[in-house]
Design a protein around this ligand. Structure first.
Ligand code: 5GP
Ligand code: ZN
Length: 114
């Protein structure tokens, strides 16, 4: 997807502060952090949203959650806790159409969200 900002981050065309990378995913700091730790984890292959997870690509989700678990430990938020968020579609508040998982931590988070 040539006009996708997260694909551009994957390709290095837009800078991002990466905290993790492997052959399938990258994780980087959110440009507008909502908590002391706010990291986005994305697949390198373009998947638009949770609506596009299927039998062919579903393994990436398990890999992303394994990466999230490791990042939470390396960022020092695993013990106190954190939140994993995936916004899907307009009502879900998704603003970037490349599936991503927010890791939010480092402060007490409120529930429910608005
Ligand atoms: P969404 O609202 O789609 O769930 O989350 C998109 C997230 O991407 C937002 O938290 C927003 O701050 C972040 N974001 C948007 N553009 C950029 C960018 O160019 N670089 C980085 N690092 N984060 C971005
Ligand atoms: Zn993309």
């Amino acid at each position: 997807m040539s006009d996708c900002i997260f694909c551009k981050i994957v390709k290095g065309e837009i800078p991002a502060k990466k905290v993790y990378e492997d052959d399938k995913v990258i994780a980087f700091n959110d440009i507008s952090p909502q908590s002391p730790i706010h990291i986005l984890v994305i697949p390198k292959n373009h998947i638009s949203s949770a609506n596009d997870i299927n039998d062919e690509n579903k393994e990436i989700i398990g890999h992303i959650f394994s990466v999230i678990s490791n990042i939470a430990k390396s960022e020092g938020i695993a013990d106190k806790g954190y939140r994993i968020v995936n916004n899907c579609g307009e009502d879900g508040g998704q603003t970037v159409s490349h599936i991503h998982f927010h890791i939010l931590g480092g402060r007490q988070l409120q529930w429910p969200p608005g």
